[in-house]
Design a protein around this ligand. Sequence first.
Ligand code: SF4
Length: 201
Amino acid sequence: MEKSRLEKLAEKFRFNDYETIVCNSKQEAKNILLEICKNKNVGIGDSHSVEDLCSFEDFKKQTNNLYAMGIDKSMPNRKKCLTADVFILSANAVAEDTGEMVNIDSSCNRVAPSLFGPSEVIFVIGVNKIEKDLISAINRVRNYVAPINAKSHNYPTPCTKLNKCSNCSMKERICRATVIYHKRPKKTPTKIILVNENLGW
Ligand code: SF4
């Protein structure tokens, strides 16, 4: 994506009270992320974006303790994320015109610590998550991200066949809360690392 377009989005994030860093490459973002995590207790939500950027081995070498959902989804590990020094996740989609972010969650142990609890929250976001506005961002999550996620779990929800949401009520429904981040939650220091490459889906 053109650098100027990315910088404009970063300005929207800053206007929404998020400290924002723009990175040209995954490597640049990885270096920044690992430096932030140094000697800290770090939680990582289930995030293909974060896994695209940095291996759990790299995180383990750098951190005091690592509570990564990609390694251990136990309830004690989920709860440790709520009070971690640093909690890392991505956004399922971003609205380019306002800098709002959208996440849809099932167990909600990803969105809960993104709002309150950890000493610091870091969003890592690739350019593939950017949509023109909030409606398009929500549409991306319901009709693109959620069906892929449901498929990855082998759930029998209708979206796995239709590749779009039909607002199901199945027990396997993964869309149980939609969080729209209008502005940084007041008590939660939050950084956004915006990367000029695709990350996750
Ligand atoms: S509400 Fe149901 S059908 Fe719609 S995306 Fe979520 S899991 Fe799939």
